[in-house]
Design a protein around this ligand. Structure first.
Ligand SMILES: Nc1ncnc2c1ncn2[C@@H]1O[C@H](COP(=O)(O)OP(=O)(O)O)[C@@H](O)[C@H]1O
Ligand SMILES: [Mg+2]
Length: 255
């Protein structure tokens, strides 16, 4: 079966795309899936810092330019077992064309992973190869600048009939925040999760170990676990007894 490709995206920076991509990958791997995490941030690659692979100097750029094979670019992250195509921290920022983006996705689709998670940079990239990937997972924080930027992304994706879902990150439970209920009223896709603000995130980046691998009991890790379960059920219908399939398909009818 082809891998299910999730592009983690937002037009705004600093909302938690890299943190969520990395932890989602680790959690799905923990569920027993084969997972590839790709650092597609061509201006500020940072997955290497989250995983202690920051010295890597070969990765996504070579995949885009077609100078290396996919299998040559994947490294196994020993502590978690996920496969990773890191960004090239020393390379100059570069722009990826629509044709290159499509070729990369085609290449990834031909691999034997269950999930491919693409961590992206903010901005225009959200519009590339939208119909080749399976889903854009939008990330927002619960404030007006971030939520309004998500609505613009949704408009772009809806214009191209591209599937999208949403995670709300850095929820503190303060009354000045935009609540999940308020977001649900305007957002038509599925809200996959609401992840709390937690010190484990900066701590895990400093330790170069993803939060989910550092402590599964932390509130952020628990949120990642619940969000990852959404993918476990909905993309593996083979695991669901046939009598229950219609039940799951009704629950996940938007996907
Ligand atoms: N749930 C969270 N709790 C605490 N800090 C967070 C959380 N999510 C992200 N951060 C912090 O926010 C910063 C930006 O996160 P990052 O994943 O790099 O965002 P992006 O990839 O969207 O630019 C990081 O320094 C990270 O420590
Ligand atoms: Mg990032």
């Amino acid at each position: 079966m082809e891998p299910y490709i999730i592009r983690v995206a937002s037009q705004k920076g600093g909302v938690g795309k890299t943190t969520i991509s990395t932890n989602l990958a680790v959690c799905l791997k923990d569920f027993g899936y084969k997972v590839l995490l790709v650092d597609c941030d061509t201006t500020n690659p940072s997955i290497g810092f989250h995983l202690g692979m920051e010295k890597s100097n070969i990765g996504y750029k070579q995949l885009v330019k077609g100078t290396s094979k996919l299998s040559e670019l994947c490294s196994v992250h020993a502590p978690t077992g996920i496969c990773v195509i890191p960004g090239s921290i020393n390379s100059k920022p570069f722009v990826i064309t629509e044709a290159e983006a499509r070729r990369v996705i085609k290449n990834l689709k031909a691999s034997n992973y269950d999930f491919v998670i693409l961590d992206t940079q903010p901005g225009y990239y959200i519009q590339t190869a939208v119909n080749e990937i399976d889903e854009t997972l939008l990330i927002t924080t619960p404030d007006m600048p971030s939520c309004s930027s998500i609505l613009r992304s949704v408009k772009l994706l809806d214009e191209q009939n591209a599937k999208h879902n949403l995670i709300i990150n850095r929820v503190k439970g303060k009354n000045y925040e935009i609540s999940k209920r308020e977001i649900e009223e305007t957002y038509e896709g599925k809200i996959v999760g609401a992840l709390p603000e937690s010190d484990i995130v900066p701590e895990s980046i400093a330790e170069h170990i993803p939060a989910y691998a550092l402590s599964r009991n932390d509130k952020f890790s628990k949120g990642i676990f619940l969000s990852s379960r959404f993918y476990k059920k909905s993309t593996s219908p083979g695991e669901v007894p046939s009598t229950k399939r219609s039940f799951w398909s009704r629950i996940f009818r938007r996907r």
